[in-house]
Design a protein around this ligand. Sequence first.
Ligand code: NAD
Ligand code: MG
Length: 376
Amino acid sequence: MQISVLGSTGSIGVQTLEVIENLNRNGYNIKIKALSANKNISLLQKQIEKFNPECVCVCDVSKANELKNILPGIQILSGNEGLICIARQKVNIIVNAIVGFDGMLPTFEAICAKNDVALANKESLVIAGQLIMQEAKKNNVRIIPIDSEHSAILQSMQEYTTDDIEKIYLTASGGPFHKIKNLANVTLEQALKHPTWSMGQKISIDSATMINKGFEIFEACCFFDLPQEKVNVLVHAQSLIHSMVQFKDGCIIAQLGPSDMRLPIQYALTYPKRVKNDFKRLDFNLCNLFEFDKPNESLLGIELCRQAINIGGTMPAALCIANDIAVRKFLNKEFAFLDIYKFIKYVMSRHDVILNYSIEDVLELKNQIENLNYEV
Ligand code: NAD
Ligand code: MG
């Protein structure tokens, strides 16, 4: 079996390689065809030495040149063209663990090349879900979720179909600000401290704003072909129930497990098989009660995403692109926490929606929004 891992140096990428090593110890024979990273060539170099891929892509061109000097024997691609080239190479599964907008095109290209995709980059679906799902259907390829909630739904679906679903409960930890009403002075350091998961910086901020959960509503609509009205959000701070499906007869199936992303990653790679591992198990002695709560309405992420989904077309893409920019500015301390919502609202209010969009339309949209003149 051959797998390529895009974004192999990130939180999901590193855990994916760990899962692959574990699967190889348990009867699998997975060969890594390609790896990619943005800038972290020292970690990439270690991964190359361990997994011996046929080719790698370093998106940052000057870092790619640096690595070429260190490792002259291996094919090193660069830039978005390099990523696309890897996405098009035939493999059994492409894991897309890139963060943000730049993950979208590789997902699309992988599907056009008839590769199955294990998808962590949820932004792909928020930006171009309509096109990506259509193309997947046309090419008869599978897109398997890595996101824990969507993996939970997939696992709960068993042999049932969309028609059997009454509603979905997407569980949410609530993030670090679940109990906070006045968000004007919250800091970057507080926002980065996620209560239950250890993740990359961008998704940690998306969890703090609840934009992540809003994205996941749309992700669920795409994966399971549901209207957003059927996707409910339930805060479950313990992060033990990863999501639930309520069927039309009122019965509910939930998926539980430790808060460990290696589990949904493994399921995406072995789907629909179960394979032994020695990762930590859930200890029910430490949790005798499941707690649920409503989302904090001061966190506007869910509301903004629901608005964008309702409008449809390119509005979710505009929101997603605006969010990428706003989070980058928040991480650089150019934006305060609430400026993230302000900027998203500003972009959404100026956006002329294209209902039946093309990939070129969303690429152009990215340029437009990046070049907006905006003063905080
Ligand atoms: P991360 O920041 O830890 O890693 C991102 C990876 O993408 C790195 O390998 C980086 O080199 C690469 N990258 C960054 N910018 C790039 C660019 N412009 N072009 C190409 N490559 C680039 O992020 P992460 O937390 O691993 O998240 C990755 C994706 O998975 C995100 O879409 C996130 O929403 C999703 N996700 C993450 C988790 C988690 O637990 N971390 C859970 C669910 C979903
Ligand atoms: Mg999630």
